[in-house]
Design a protein around this ligand. Structure first.
Ligand code: NAD
Length: 429
């Protein structure tokens, strides 16, 4: 196709939109390309999702009206195994965001060397505005619609923002009803009574703590007395905060979607969590409220973004006083901000390894479901610790070898694994 012909078409859905999550991902891939050697001829594979499914979800609401919601499931790459990735319920969910989140799952599962590809799903909805029965209906219809591409051997969803074990139970039940057999392995993050794994609920936050502990040790930052600021106090943020506090750190600032709380001597994590789960962290009497933007100016040693994408902008990267950034959220740092943090000597443990604890215990859950043999809490925590510590060690030595950031090194390790698998499998037909 000549260039002029190409320009007569409208923009491809896989094109880069600057500062979007997908644009951030594509620029991360561009940074890895020089380190891939002969495997580089397959790089284009990483820039295109293998399969994207957009579904219409009609729901009869409690007031008798019928509303339609947009649902997505994207399988970014399946070279190394079945798709794996969460399902997000949020009003800002769109195809481009789901594509980026699926792609980061491809990189994450490969960086930690789990036998999965990358996938992600979501519904464009604010679940806070739904009744429980509406939430169940939307979940069941969505599961049924994406049922043509998910399955224990095809693609295994899990919780993400605003989804939880109950939603996974409804997804498992719907899929099982459709195939005529109980298929516990179709989703992970289920209730323990339904084939869920011990340790799954806290796994992502625990992984943030484990990788943070290792990184802090390497840069000579003591956890005892370290000041920690956490954005997002849901599943990931609150668990990480608790584990850091248990290790002697002070949680000096916390932000959720409704407000920001600060206490120089350290907040009481349990009290903040209780406030978060009722009316928001700002309603906790244990600290003083700050304006939203002041969160980024707080004096801290460790910053944990554990909310949504694109939170660390170049402007905020110039202001943060942290020495170590632990990416609990997916894609919280814009590419321009990454460079500023690096120039300022601030170490970033990237999302693809930092928040990989969740998918690692999801992998344990999937294995346990297949064998119908369940492990103890202690076994899960110990195996999680070993996998993440080993993965970080390998990424760190790659970073040292090429004098590159941990993020680029994680992408190098992961992309080599993905593209080698692609090359060995060959192209069909
Ligand atoms: N849950 C997992 O196992 C898992 C695994 C890997 C990565 N992640 C990532 O971690 C992040 C958080 O996920 P979660 O499961 O904890 O979600 P959650 O729904 O439990 O919590 C999200 C938190 O972010 C806060 N938040 C939302 N918008 C905000 C805003 N604009 N400013 C400040 N705070 C805001 C919410 O108030 C809430 O405290 C997401 O990026 C998700 O993709 C989650």
């Amino acid at each position: 196709m000549t260039e002029s012909t190409e320009h007569s078409y409208s923009l491809s859905y896989a094109s880069r939109a600057a500062d979007s999550a997908w644009g951030t991902y594509l620029s991360q891939v561009d940074r890895v390309a020089p380190y891939l050697g002969k495997l580089g001829r397959w790089t284009e594979t990483l820039k295109r999702p293998k399969r994207t499914l957009i579904v219409d979800i009609p729901v009869e609401m409690d007031d008798g009206s019928v509303r339609h919601f947009e649902g997505f499931r994207v399988q970014h790459n399946l070279s190394r195994g079945p798709g794996k990735g969460g399902v997000r319920y949020h009003p800002a969910v769109c195809l481009e965001e789901v594509m980026a989140l699926a792609a980061w799952m491809t990189v994450k599962t490969a960086a930690v060397n789990l036998p999965f590809g990358g996938a992600k799903g979501g519904i464009r909805v604010d679940p806070a505005l739904l009744s429980r029965s509406e939430l169940e209906k939307i979940t069941r219809r969505y599961t049924s619609e994406i049922g043509i591409i998910i399955g224990p051997q095809q693609d295994i969803p899990a919780p993400d923002v605003n989804t939880n074990a109950q939603i996974m139970a409804w997804m498992m039940d719907t899929y099982s009803m459709n195939v005529g057999a109980t298929a516990t392995g179709v989703v992970t993050g289920k209730p323990v009574e339904l084939g869920g794994s011990l340790g799954r609920v806290t796994a992502t936050g625990r992984g943030v703590f484990v990788t943070g502990r290792e990184a802090a040790g390497r840069i000579g930052l003591k956890l005892e007395g370290a000041r920690v600021a956490v954005q997002g106090f849901g599943n990931v943020g609150s668990t990480a905060a608790k584990l850091f506090a248990d290790a002697g750190a002070k949680i000096v600032a916390v932000q959720d979607s409704k407000g920001t709380l600060f206490k120089e001597s350290g907040l009481d994590v349990a009290k903040v969590k209780a406030a978060h789960d009722s009316r928001g962290v700002h309603t906790c009497a244990d600290g003083e409220c700050l304006d939203k933007e002041q969160f980024w100016d707080v004096a801290c040693d460790i910053l944990i973004p554990a909310a949504l994408e694109a939170q660390i902008t170049p402007e905020r990267a110039k202001r943060t006083r942290a020495k170590l950034v632990l990416e609990g959220a997916n894609g919280p740092t814009l590419a321009g901000a990454d460079d500023i943090l690096a120039d300022r000597g601030i170490l970033v443990v990237p999302d693809v390894i930092c928040n990989a604890g969740g998918v690692t215990v999801s992998y344990f859950e999937w294995v346990q479901d297949f064998s119908s043999f369940f492990w103890t809490d202690a076994e899960i925590d110990a195996r999680l610790d070993t996998i993440l510590t080993d993965a970080l060690r390998k990424i760190w030595s790659e970073a040292d070898r090429h004098a590159i950031s941990l993020r680029t090194a994680a992408f190098v390790v992961a992309c080599e694994r993905i593209l080698k698998a692609r090359q060995e499998r060959g192209l069909y037909p």
